[in-house]
Design a protein around this ligand. Structure first.
Ligand code: C2E
Ligand code: MG
Ligand code: MG
Ligand code: MG
Length: 290
């Protein structure tokens, strides 16, 4: 009886695995054509100053509008794109798109001349010998001030191949581009590496921000410790995933300079941004987007 049960479960499991594997196969052949078919979109989430709630920049976040499946989030297709290598052309497209968009806002939207644009990178891009040239070309083509561009990397990406990554990061710095560590605290880089990385900003992972203002006093202590570390290393700091007024109050108390989260806005389609920028208090309270 137990044995039969086991066998039945194994069968269910393998059907499920098969279904997943074939949907992944579908995705990777479809993803290869998604760029040409114009199915990818870049959405933009505001980054605000904690003290004033003024918008200081946007993070570019890619989405795939699949003709049958609808909206697909990056957690589902970025890993596929990394496995197949499609992340190289996709990443380049996101970069060029974001830079052009940021330059348009900076030159056309009132009061937007200092906005920054943050773009996520993947390990493969960091290891790609052509990457520096692509960034340089995208800056030249769009005319964007390199200081307005923040590239986001994770600890884990760097640890993969420290020497190669360091070379690219220093190359990016010499172009004038700024670098951020994303999802800080979730990777496995030793603190000794952190001080060697040529980065300017730490983004506190949302898992730490989530507990702020709740019952767990340790949550505040951890965020407080990261903010102190950033200050000691002379780095800027952004708290990610801020959803509530209590979390914002804690961040004010702790002294995180910048924040990002659904409290202000979900990632928005580019056409929604000018209106959002023009709205009172940067559009806060108007919960829209995806
Ligand atoms: P990330 O870079 O850490 O981006 C932040 C993620 O948190 C985004 O998810 C954003 O929509 C979400 N988020 C922002 N505020 C809140 C909040 O208040 N609450 C909650 N629960 N979530 C919030 P998204 O857009 O689904 O992206 C997920 C991840 O996919 C990103 O994490 C990034 O690692 C990756 N990704 C997105 N776009 C790109 C891209 O163009 N290239 C690469 N290589 N990776 C990308
Ligand atoms: Mg990011
Ligand atoms: Mg990330
Ligand atoms: Mg993050």
């Amino acid at each position: 009886q137990a044995k039969d049960n086991g066998r039945a479960q194994a069968m269910v499991f393998s059907e499920e695995m098969h279904r997943k594997a074939s949907s992944r196969l579908d995705l990777d052949s479809q993803l290869a054509r998604a760029l040409d078919k114009d199915e990818l979109r870049v959405y933009y989430q505001p980054i605000v100053e904690v003290s004033t709630e003024d918008v200081v920049g946007f993070e570019a976040l890619v989405r795939w509008v699949h003709p049958q499946r609808g909206l697909i989030l990056p957690i589902e297709f970025i890993p596929v794109a990394e496995e197949t290598g499609m992340i190289i052309p996709i990443g380049e497209w996101v970069l060029r798109q974001s830079l052009a968009q940021a330059q348009k806002w900076r030159t056309e939207a009132p009061g937007a001349e200092d906005l920054s644009i943050s773009v996520n990178l993947s390990t493969l891009q960091l290891q790609d010998p052509d990457f520096l040239g692509v960034v340089e070309d995208a800056l030249t083509q769009t005319g964007l001030d390199p200081m307005a561009l923040h590239l986001e990397i994770t600890e884990t990406m760097v640890m993969n191949d420290v020497e190669a990554a360091m070379g690219t990061l220093h190359g990016l710095r010499s172009l004038g581009v700024r670098l951020s560590i994303d999802d800080f605290g979730t990777g496995y880089a030793a603190l000794s590496y952190l001080s060697r990385l040529p980065v300017q900003t730490i983004k506190i992972d949302q898992s730490f921000v989530k507990g702020l203002g709740g019952d767990d006093p340790h949550a505040s202590s951890i965020v407080d410790a990261i903010v102190s570390l950033a200050r000691a290393l002379d780095l800027d700091v952004i708290a990610e995933g801020v959803e509530s007024a209590e979390q914002l109050r804690e961040l004010r108390r702790i002294g995180s300079r910048l924040a990002q989260g659904f409290l202000w806005s979900r990632p928005l389609a580019p056409e929604e941004i000018p209106e959002w920028l023009g709205a009172p208090s940067g559009g806060r309270g108007q919960r829209r987007g995806l």
